[in-house]
Design a binder for this molecule. Structure first.
Ligand code: C2E
Ligand code: CA
Ligand code: CA
Length: 963
């Protein structure tokens, strides 16, 4: 901001100088500003004041900060200081906005001046307002651009030539039209684009114009960018100066190709029409609106004579019509006047040839306004045809009567009937044929091959041609693609052509086909597994039979039986749909491992048989088995569930292991059975004698069946001891089978057989009843424990059986303990849980036996509130040193404590083991250390002894000998 002290510091000589300068510039029309070295205004003339919108006193002594925005003032000051420092003058143009908001262009000149006598240099600023000038310039530029754009958009080519006819400028449209650069057309360069035939004419005319000054108007062909020639019209006019001398030519070249083409086409068609009119044998007249003759063609002149103006009749168009037909003519003309075409037959009486019959067409010819202005008539002589028509009329009527009779017959037949003439034209169709072929009257007279072009070389055509060639009828049944139908056809050649009788047999065939397919389906189903579509046991046997019959000497046939190791848990865990999917995947993998000619069959839930023929080496079979087992061991992705399984295999080879179907399947099965006994993923080949244990098992099963009846089953009891009181709390019933010749059989050996054969239900019931009946003989504080097989849970009467056993024995339910294993919780767990709850409601105690041998034992404890957990003896076996076993034992003790479940250990054989489990806090113990299982009869004595004698004394003498 300027200050008053600044203003006051002007020295006297300077102020004189400034006043002087002010006087010099005050007369200037343009703004002039003078500043001192401190950039203060020392002189501002009137135009400058006007420009800045301030009076001089407001400005003098101040700097730019006082009048313009700070940023702008700083910019001006910077320039001023630079000029002061360098002494270089500056000129620049800037756009400013005046105080009243107007935009102006200012051209500013700044100089440093140092007037003689001045102490400091000054800055002289002279400003010219060039706003108007710039606006004018812009308008000019604008209109030029506008003109250029117009020229660019113009479909015509604008060109300019000098007075001598040399082209000096040509519009951009030329390049688009000719595909050549504009410069190439300069001078007489354009000539190379003109068609050679037209060029001489174009040159001549241009030269004439240039010399005479007459305007140019010429049409010629120009080679277009695509190489074709296009018609153009080129016009030019001279521009002259004030003295009338030509200074330039302004030309316009226009593409008239389409117009020209239409013109030529019109000319051609005119010529064509003329030649037709001249040469046709039909008479042609052109009449005016009143029906007066305007024009007659040569044929017409021959018919009616030339129109003559002489007699009044001479120009009448209808003067040749027979008097009886004149009315027809008048009607026709009226119709034409209404804009319609009329046609009629009439007799005419021309000069030399009376009695002609004519077919006459009269048509309106539209005038410029589109309304009928004239009439065209065409006269055709049909006398010959008419006579013939009349002559055949009678014969036709007779034939029609006969045909009508035949038609009645044909129409009523169930068949379709079609009659063809020798040119394949349809001359007759009955109603059935019309319906089946979807044809109407319009088809009569048309060629069969016009109607069905695609059948012209088809099998139907072959048959018809054969019938025509041999003159013998043909009968056939074929598929007609055109109709998508099966037709049974009888075609008989006649004098006229071919009579075709046919019927649609599609339905019948479809029914036959369906029946056949159904049979095939049944046949297939009876030989294939529905789930995997693999061959089933029936087809396997057939194939095996055939394979054995065709077996060549030295060759082998291998029967490979595969059994999945853990299919059931997959089914149980993920559900049957996933199980089914797994089986289908397995089928695919197995098929992927064998050759086309091999057979992969599904013969049971999770059992497959692979039938393969081997050349020489019998060793191929085990290798294949290994591949198959390997393939099944890779994880399966079943809709996002990854499932792993494994399989065992048994191999039997023909002829070595048998030559009959039955023997081979059995041998393979035996080998599989043995393989499974060895564990997952095992494969074994059958060897003789392999089935001995199996046979023994089989014999045992048979023997077990009669065991109850023969009274061979016995119950032993083993005590459970309360570890704190050292008293017997319960006795577990353990089953024994005393076989006449084999002595005592372990339940571990025969319970599985009983489970396999279903005997387990009868046996289980027998044990329950027996155990309860024994227990009532003991003191009230001793419970009885009974083992339940998981299979017993499939018996829906289990709860009733237990209740009945208690009632019959008169035993309190609270004294019965049922020992179950984890698999009860696994198999159909929902139903089994309900059974367990029902048992519990009886008042019976439920014990989880063999705890720790399954997968997720602790989970079960949450799903059912067991009364007791019995840790499997496998863990006790390891004690006192087994670390992992100790961990399990400790965990169970902890859970028991926290859930309030009684905990038991079984298999306690040593004092050391007893000490460990006692220390861990187990409630009860069972094992040889206390007593082995003893016959029922010995239980009272045992109880007496155990109560009397503490267990520290060692195992009792009456014990069953431990194995
Ligand atoms: P379990 O329920 O675990 O029965 C205990 C088995 O351990 C009995 O074998 C018993 O003789 C044996 N044992 C007892 N103390 C000791 C010991 O200190 N050390 C050793 N190493 N073993 C000991 P057993 O009687 O041969 O029974 C075997 C399995 O047969 C039983 O195992 C049970 O699962 C089943 N079983 C026995 N009786 C029946 C029955 O009536 N019904 C059903 N369904 N299964 C039964
Ligand atoms: Ca048990
Ligand atoms: Ca057990």
């Amino acid at each position: 901001m300027p200050t008053d002290s600044n203003r006051a510091s002007l020295s006297a000589p300077d102020s004189v100088l400034h006043a002087l300068l002010g006087a010099v510039f005050s007369g200037f029309a343009h703004p002039v500003i003078i500043k001192d070295a401190q950039l203060r205004f020392v002189h501002v003339n009137a135009p400058a004041c006007a420009m800045l919108g301030r009076a001089a006193p407001e400005l003098l002594g101040r700097t730019d900060d006082a009048i313009v925005p700070a940023a702008q003032a700083a910019r001006i000051a910077a320039v001023d200081r630079e000029i002061l420092a360098s002494g270089e003058p500056r000129a620049f143009e800037e756009a400013i906005t005046t105080p009243d908001g107007e935009a102006r262009h200012l051209l500013t000149h700044k100089h440093r001046i140092a007037p003689p006598g001045a102490r400091e240099p000054l800055i002289l600023t002279m400003i010219t307002d060039v706003t108007e000038l710039r606006h004018a310039e812009r308008r000019q530029r604008h209109s030029e651009a506008h003109y250029r754009a117009l020229v660019d958009l113009l479909p015509q080519v604008v060109w300019v030539a000098d007075a001598r006819g040399q082209v000096t400028e040509i519009g951009p449209t030329w390049s688009r039209l000719s595909g050549r650069a504009a410069e190439a057309a300069y001078g007489s360069g354009w000539e190379s684009a003109v068609h050679a035939q037209d060029l001489p004419r174009v040159r001549r005319q241009w030269r004439t114009s240039v010399t005479s000054g007459a305007p140019l108007d010429v049409q010629c062909r120009v080679r277009a960018a695509d190489g074709t020639f296009r018609w153009v019209r080129n016009r030019a006019a001279a521009r002259r100066d004030a003295r009338g001398r030509i200074v330039a030519w302004h030309g316009l070249l226009e593409d008239i190709h389409e117009r020209k083409r239409a013109e030529l086409a019109l000319r051609e068609s005119e010529a064509l029409v003329r030649s037709i009119v001249e040469s046709t044998p039909d008479g042609i007249q052109l009449l005016d609106a009143e029906g007066e003759l305007l024009l007659v063609n040569p044929a017409g002149r021959r018919l009616f004579g030339a129109p003559t103006a002489a007699d009044g009749q001479g120009r009448r168009w209808d003067r040749v019509l027979a008097p009886g037909d004149l009315a027809k003519g008048a009607r026709a003309l009226a119709q034409v006047r209404a804009g319609r075409v009329a046609r009629f037959e009439a007799y005419v009486t021309p000069r030399e040839r009376p009695g002609l019959c004519m077919d006459i067409i009269a048509a309106p010819v539209p005038g410029a306004d589109g309304k009928p202005a004239r009439t065209l008539t065409i006269w055709r002589d049909i006398s010959g045809a008419k006579a013939a028509r009349d002559a055949t009329e009678a014969a036709r009527r007779a034939a029609e009567a006969a045909a009508a009779k035949l038609a009645a017959v044909l129409e009523n037949t169930l068949d379709c009937v079609v009659v063809l003439d020798r040119e394949w034209r349809l001359s007759y169709m009955n109603a059935n044929a019309r319906r089946l072929l979807s044809l109407g009257n319009e088809a009569i007279g048309q060629s069969l091959w016009t109607l069905y072009p695609q059948e012209q070389n088809g099998v139907f055509a072959d048959h018809y041609r054969k019938a025509l060639a041999t003159h013998l009828p043909v009968t056939f049944e074929e598929y007609l693609p055109a109709l998508s139908r099966w037709l049974e056809v009888h075609a008989a050649p006649t004098d006229e052509g071919l009579s075709i009788f046919f019927r649609d047999t599609s339905e019948r065939r479809r029914a036959e086909q369906e029946r056949f397919q159904a049979q095939a389906q049944v046949f297939h189903m009876s030989r294939h597994d529905a789930l995997t579509t693999l061959p089933n046991r029936v087809l396997l046997r057939e194939r095996l039979e055939r394979g054995l019959a065709e077996l060549e000497p030295g060759a082998h046939l291998s029967v490979l039986t595969l059994d999945l190791d853990a299919f059931k848990p997959v089914n149980d865990t993920y559900g049957h749909p996933v199980g089914d999917m797994l089986l289908r995947h397995i089928a695919d993998r197995l098929n992927g491992c064998v050759r086309e000619e091999d057979t992969v069959a599904r013969v049971g839930g999770d059992e497959f048989v692979v039938l393969t023929r081997h050349g020489g080496a019998a060793a191929e079979a085990p290798a294949l088995a290994a591949r198959l087992i390997d393939a099944l061991q890779r994880p399966f992705d079943l809709d996002g569930v990854s499932v792993e399984i494994s399989a065992c295999a048994g191999i039997a080879l023909a002829p070595d292991d048998g030559t009959r179907v039955e023997a081979l399947l059995r041998a393979s099965d035996v080998a599989l059975y043995r393989a499974k006994a060895q564990g997952r993923g095992t494969c074994l080949r059958y060897v003789p004698g392999m089935d001995t244990p199996l046979l023994a098992r089989q014999a045992m099963k048979v023997a077990l069946k009669g065991a109850i009846a023969r009274d061979e089953l016995e119950l032993f009891f083993q005590p459970l001891v309360d570890l704190s009181s050292k008293r017997v709390s319960a006795c577990e019933a353990l089953l024994r089978w005393r076989q006449a010749d084999a002595g005592l059989v372990s339940p571990a050996d025969f319970i599985p057989l009983a489970e396999e054969s279903g005997l387990i239900h009868a046996i289980g019931q027998w044990v329950l009843r027996g155990a309860c009946q024994e227990a009532v003989r003991w003191t009230d504080d001793i419970a009885v424990a009974v083992n339940l097989s998981p299979l017993q849970f499939r018996d829906e009467n289990l709860v009733a059986v237990v209740a009945q056993a208690l009632t019959d024995a008169g035993l309190a339910a609270a004294r019965l303990q049922l020992e179950i294993t984890e698999s009860v919780m696994l198999d159909e767990s929902a139903a089994n849980l309900r059974t367990l709850q029902a048992l519990r409601r009886l008042g019976v105690k439920i014990v989880m036996d063999d705890f720790g041998t399954g997968y997720s034992s602790f989970g079960y404890l949450r799903r059912f509130p067991f009364d007791k957990i019995k840790v499997d003896r496998g863990f006790i076996n390891d004690l006192p040193h087994g670390r992992e076993s100790l961990a399990v034992v400790r965990a169970v003790a902890g859970i028991g404590r926290s859930l309030g479940i009684t905990t038991v250990v079984e298999g306690v054989e040593t004092q050391a083991q007893l000490e460990v489990v006692s220390a861990e806090g187990f409630d009860e113990g069972q094992g040889y250390l206390f007593s082995g299982p003893v016959p029922a009869a010995q239980v009272p004595a045992l109880l007496h002894r155990l109560t009397r004698r503490p267990p520290e004394a060692g195992p009792g003498t009456a014990n069953e000998t431990p194995q």
